[in-house]
Design a protein around this ligand. Structure first.
Ligand code: PGA
Length: 257
């Protein structure tokens, strides 16, 4: 499969921003500014309390709903956690898993990330699996080793039939929220490395079907450069997804090419 056959996917990771009302307003403005998306996917990932109202506002559009995290158990005494089934019932199609803020602020381990990926797939949710190295790991020449460890751990229980359901977001931690994006060449180099690892585990054809996003300070004026890379199929966007005009411009710039 060629790159052209992989549908571009842009994720909006709102992180801990937007009340339900603010989220609905943002989506309502986005709808006015975006119109039909054509052959690409846009996934809006609000915080939990905004999922239902934002999902309702998205209905009838080409944009779909995603969550930012989940817990792997189905139900029970897990105060503060949210199950895959609950996300599904709120209308989520995607769920971000293993975001660097989960890993580095909340101490999420590779093993926990793997359980979350498995639980999401079991519920029919598509994981957006985040991997990426810290600045000190990059400077020590460990980027590939870190990405390999994170990827192999997260996919340990994922079959060849399931792997194309997963979107992989390569997000170098030093590029997130810093305004210092990776170069497009560097993003391509790591995305290609990820695709090679997938090919080793699942064969070429399966690996070619997996979409790989770049994330970390993606803005309207640099998104195109990333998408032009042969192994980069989309972007995961934090800061630039919080204002309708900025995100709409970013999505439009992703489409042209
Ligand atoms: P950023 O965040 O676009 O604000 O750098 C990206 C992310 O954390 O997914």
């Amino acid at each position: 499969m060629m790159k052209e056959m992989r549908k571009i996917i842009i994720g909006a990771n709102w992180k801990m921003n937007k009340t339900p009302q603010e989220g609905v307003e943002l989506v309502s403005e986005l709808k006015e500014q975006l119109g039909a998306l054509g052959d690409m996917e846009v996934v809006i990932c609000p915080p939990y309390p905004a999922l239902l109202p934002v999902g309702a506002e998205l209905s009838g559009t080409d944009m779909v709903l995603g969550a930012q995290n989940l817990y792997w158990e189905k139900e029970g005494a897990y105060t503060g956690e949210v199950s895959p089934g609950m996300l599904k019932a709120c209308g989520c199609e995607y769920v971000i898993i293993g975001h660097s803020e989960r890993r580095h602020v909340f101490g999420e381990t590779d093993d926990e990330v793997a359980k979350k990926v498995r639980a999401a797939l079991d519920e029919g949710l598509k994981p957006i699996l985040c991997v990426g190295e810290l600045l000190e790991e990059r400077e020590a020449g460990k980027t590939e080793a870190v990405v390999k460890r994170q990827l192999e751990a997260a996919l340990a229980e994922v079959s060849a039939e399931e792997v194309s359901e997963i979107v992989i977001a390569y997000e170098p931690v030093w590029a997130i929220g810093t305004g210092k994006a990776s170069t497009a060449d560097d993003a391509q180099r790591v995305a290609h490395f990820i695709r090679q690892l997938l090919a080793k585990g699942y064969g070429n054809e399966k690996a070619e079907a997996v979409r790989i996003q770049y994330g970390g300070s993606v803005k309207p004026d640099n998104v195109r450069a990333f998408l032009e890379q042969p192994d980069v199929d989309g972007a995961l966007v934090g800061g630039a997804s919080l204002k309708a005009a900025v995100f709409a411009e970013l999505v439009k710039n992703s489409r042209e090419g």
